[in-house]
Design a protein around this ligand. Structure first.
Ligand SMILES: Nc1ncnc2c1ncn2[C@@H]1O[C@H](COP(=O)(O)OP(=O)(O)OP(=O)(O)O)[C@@H](O)[C@H]1O
Ligand SMILES: [Mg+2]
Length: 221
């Protein structure tokens, strides 16, 4: 059985994950590789339902709030579904799978942001995902203030133009995001083989070129 290559993109809201994932997908496809992209939460029909519950800022008023442990469990339910229905099948066929967020996001947002702790997230990852990790994680970690401002502007624009509302997390305060940022730094330190951090503010093109170089080198190994 052939085996593909699994890459995840991580970072705060507005750090450029989706932008860079699309760039990388286009570059790899141009080289003739088969590429499968998805985002978490989302990426499956079930996952899209879970995504709208988790990210919509109207969830609180409509459903009466989500317990942090329920939020964690829903994130992992989504992840289990995309592993079973998208990620594992694509890798088995030899595709390059690019995933916008994965378990590092749960450790950063639910573990540190919501205060559930890394141990609980890592235990869930073992139980639900068999501890399955990507070959490579691109962590986009520019200075906190810039990326948050970008994400908030982008979301306000989407509410106006498309009627979609994914502001539930963006309403959190700066301390919430500081904890997430610090946890990402800790994950990168701990899993230094898997995680490559891009911390500088640079143009989309400059960062895209760096990512292509990193991916080329890792895939050649
Ligand atoms: N290096 C960059 N310099 C300037 N602007 C950028 C850069 N990278 C991305 N942007 C812009 O910042 C905004 C947010 O980028 P993007 O949607 O890719 O972030 P994200 O990490 O996917 O955010 P989210 O987690 O909220 O989905 C977009 O409008 C994008 O065009
Ligand atoms: Mg995005």
């Amino acid at each position: 059985m052939s085996r593909g290559f699994f890459i995840t993109f991580e970072g705060l809201d507005g750090s450029g994950k989706t932008t860079q994932l699309r760039r990388l997908a286009a570059a790899l496809e141009a080289e003739g590789l088969r590429v499968v992209t998805l985002r978490q939460p989302g990426g499956t029909a079930l996952g899209d339902r879970i995504r709208s519950v988790l990210l919509d800022s109207r969830t609180e008023s409509e459903l009466g709030g989500i317990a942090p442990t329920a939020e964690m469990a829903l994130m992992f339910a989504d992840r289990a579904q995309s592993l079973a229905h998208v990620i594992h099948p694509a890798l088995a066929e030899g595709a390059v799978v690019l995933c916008d967020r994965y378990t590092d996001s749960s450790e950063a947002y639910q573990g540190a942001g919501r205060g559930l702790g890394s141990e609980r997230i890592r235990a869930m990852h073992t139980a639900v995902c068999d501890g399955f990790q990507p070959e490579l994680t691109i962590l986009l970690l520019p200075p906190l203030e810039g990326s948050l401002a970008r994400a908030r502007r982008r979301n306000e624009r989407n509410v106006r133009t498309r009627g979609t509302d994914e502001n539930r997390f963006e309403r959190e305060g700066d301390e919430f995001y500081r904890r997430i940022y610090d946890q990402y730094v800790e994950i990168a330190r701990r899993d230094s083989e898997r995680v490559v951090t891009i911390a500088e503010e640079a143009s989309i093109e400059t960062i895209a070129e760096r990512i292509r170089a990193i991916v080329r080198e890792r895939m050649a190994q």
